[in-house]
Design a binder for this molecule. Structure first.
Ligand code: NAP
Length: 248
């Protein structure tokens, strides 16, 4: 079953980790994939060829998701290259951790701008063509940390909680246009982002997760595929936790 065959998906931050797994999963299911990267240029450039091997159209764009004008230009370019835009996955994200006592203004601004403003930028840029097409699915990567908070991540938690409010508001505003807006809240997923964490602390967390292990990027990608496809056609404004039961 090709769940998203022929659809055009735009994925931000696909050079590594979860975004990369989403790009592969969507290409495997027949979607044409437009994706972005920023600092991982080689990986970004290599990905287009990897995806094209599934027999779909794929193109990478070096584009900063936190830059409003760049997001507008990106959407215009993707429409020109692909002809339509059916699915937007706001995945690009960073961490700049530290206890609030020591958190700098730069750490705060960087995380809010890359994680939260980017979602505004890209969503703004794609809703006009989606409204015209009377169809669309927007999926935003939030986090269990945005639901629960986390010591040492006040900036990250605020950005991810903001994404949830944004996702639900967009669902309310655009439901009548048949545009759905949902969020995915991963728990602990094994990527470079979590690779920096202390090994002992990670082992402790794993033991506290009901499924007793960290998640894999492709497990988030599968949830993404569900929310992008018609399997979820009556679902909007929701936050789907992909966390092995961590937050129940
Ligand atoms: P990752 O391995 O660090 O990858 C982050 C991706 O975002 C990279 O492809 C990076 O591209 C891209 N990116 C960063 N800043 C960007 C910008 N300004 N413009 C465009 N792309 C940018 O992270 P991940 O673990 O896959 O996380 C992906 C998403 O899931 C993030 O939103 C994260 O907050 C969320 N999440 C992750 C976990 C987890 O446990 N891993 C848990 C909950 C939520 P370049 O390298 O090319 O710059």
């Amino acid at each position: 079953m090709n769940l998203v065959a022929g659809k055009v998906a735009l994925i931000t931050g696909a050079s590594r980790g979860i975004g990369r797994a989403i790009a592969h999963r969507f290409a495997q299911e027949g979607a044409n994939v437009a994706f972005t990267y920023l600092s991982s240029v080689e990986k970004g450039e290599a990905l287009a060829a990897e995806l094209a091997a599934y027999g779909i159209t794929a193109k990478g764009y070096r584009s900063d998701a936190s830059d409003f004008k760049a997001a507008e230009d990106l959407a215009t370019q993707v429409l020109a290259d692909f002809g339509s835009l059916d699915i937007l996955i706001n995945n690009a994200g960073i961490t700049r951790d530290g206890l609030l006592m020591r958190m700098s203004e730069e750490q705060w601004d960087a995380v809010i701008t890359v994680n939260l403003k980017s979602v505004f930028n890209l969503t703004k840029a794609v809703i006009k063509p989606m409204m015209k097409a009377k169809s669309g699915s927007i999926i935003n990567l939030t986090s269990v940390v945005g639901i629960r908070g986390n010591a040492g991540q006040a900036n990250y938690a605020a950005s991810k909680a903001g994404i949830i409010g944004f996702t639900k508001s967009v669902a309310l505003e655009l439901g009548s246009r048949n545009i759905r807006s949902n969020a995915i809240a991963p728990g602990f997923i094994e990527t470079e982002m979590t690779g920096e964490l202390d090994e002992k602390a990670v082992e402790g967390w794993k033991q506290s997760i009901p499924l007793r292990r960290g998640g894999q990027p492709d497990e988030v990608a599968d949830a993404c595929l569900f929310l992008a496809s018609d399997l979820s056609r009556y679902i909007t404004g929701q936050v789907l936790q992909v966390d092995g039961g961590m937050l129940t």
